[in-house]
Design a protein around this ligand. Structure first.
Ligand SMILES: Cc1cc2nc3c(=O)[nH]c(=O)nc-3n(C[C@H](O)[C@H](O)[C@H](O)COP(=O)(O)OP(=O)(O)OC[C@H]3O[C@@H](n4cnc5c(N)ncnc54)[C@H](O)[C@@H]3O)c2cc1C
Length: 332
């Protein structure tokens, strides 16, 4: 059920089999599998998943290519709740390992917030990442196009940029390297530094060899209409026309609550085994947070894998039910 601030006693009193942190694609998929394995599950989600910003999901088997991320999330959550799983809107701040179970401290409500502690034997970290966007004085101007034809993911949207004039917006020389992979889809590439960093002479030579342009002036604003970016206006008043953009400015990882647990990471990604288990035997990590491809289909698959790993562990520990267990319970 959907839990509310006023109605938490039964949930704080019990020990869930699993708490899933994050109710995006990966978390909801895990929740559906866990409930179908008859395991008690609580999904805690702060909202506005990365998938929520996805305007069109072009590459998911069986779904129309104009499916919005928010539609996917709504169906996923309805499905999960229909299986009897618990769901809470809240922000996980901290996790404490009590050896037999975890304590999960949650801030509930943006205004008049309350703090509650929930407990579970297993955890699934499904809290994802969020993309850094170009920083302009008027950020509303960036939000107008980001996720539409100002893309953040080459794997998701390279196809949409086929043979188009594309601007690549980076935060350093390394992040601009994505232009060379984008070159698979289009040769019409302009790279923007926004006057924030220098590029080396070797890098300039590579751009010249590929016939890519480099613009090192600061950007004033993106231009366009109806969420379709048509170019950028520089602070000196000049305009560069574009058909699409690709932002490559890194991302923030939603993993602060794990900081006390000393889990193995590579860069900021959590390292897991093939069952999505982290270096802690009872903590699993799925989706964008873990090492691997940042794709909806992968996050959904990870959810299934992690839930199955947890079910196997619990099944081995508890054993299967016998007929006599059920019949004697009925007699009591
Ligand atoms: C604009 C855009 C377009 C994309 N297009 C595609 C596409 O076409 N195809 C494709 O396959 N992929 C696409 N992606 C990538 C896809 O959205 C991600 O790979 C996918 O959403 C990852 O799922 P996830 O469950 O790991 O994370 P998310 O879907 O981001 O879910 C994580 C959830 O955890 C919550 N959370 C974070 N921290 C906390 C906390 N401390 N406490 C509680 N909750 C927390 C977040 O609010 C969020 O709801 C796109 C992404 C973007 C941004």
């Amino acid at each position: 059920m959907q839990l509310s601030k006023q109605d938490l006693q039964a949930s704080t009193d019990r020990i869930y089999d699993t708490i899933v942190i994050g109710g995006g694609v990966g978390g909801l998929s895990a929740g559906i599998y866990l409930q179908r394995y008859l395991l008690d599950t609580l999904i805690i989600d702060k909202g506005k998943a990365r998938s929520f910003w996805m305007q069109e999901l072009h590459n998911y088997l069986g779904l129309p290519p104009d499916t919005q991320g928010r539609t996917l999330l709504k169906h996923g959550k309805d499905h999960y709740l229909s299986l009897g799983g618990d769901s809470l809107n809240g922000y996980v701040e901290e996790i404490t390992d009590k050896e037999d179970f975890f304590e999960v401290k949650v801030k509930i409500g943006r205004q008049n917030s309350i703090y509650q502690v929930f407990r579970a034997k297993y955890l699934i970290a499904a809290s994802g990442i969020i993309d850094n966007l170009p920083f302009l004085d008027d950020m509303q101007n960036v939000y107008e196009y980001a996720g539409y034809n100002l893309h953040v993911c080459l794997i998701c949207d390279g196809y949409e940029m086929k043979n188009k004039r594309v601007g690549v917006f980076g935060k350093n020389q390394r992040s601009l390297e994505v232009a060379f992979s984008l070159g698979w889809f289009t040769p019409y590439i302009t790279l923007f530094t926004q006057d924030m960093f220098e590029v080396s002479s070797q890098f300039r030579d590579r751009l010249w060899e590929h016939e890519y342009k480099l613009v090192e002036k600061p950007i004033k604003q993106f231009i366009g209409e109806n969420h379709q970016m048509t170019g950028v206006k520089m602070t000196d008043g000049s305009v560069i026309e574009l058909d699409a953009g690709l932002i490559s400015m890194g991302s923030q990882f939603h993993s602060g609550y794990l900081s006390g647990l000393n889990l193995q990471t590579q860069g900021e990604n959590l390292v897991t085994d093939k069952m999505c288990r982290t270096s802690h035997p009872r903590i699993f990590a799925i989706g964008d947070l873990k090492l691997g491809l940042n794709q909806v289909v992968v996050a959904a698959s990870d959810g299934a894998v992690a839930a199955t790993g947890i079910w196997r562990d619990i099944r081995r520990e508890r054993g299967v039910k016998r007929r006599s267990d059920i019949e004697s319970a009925v007699l009591v």
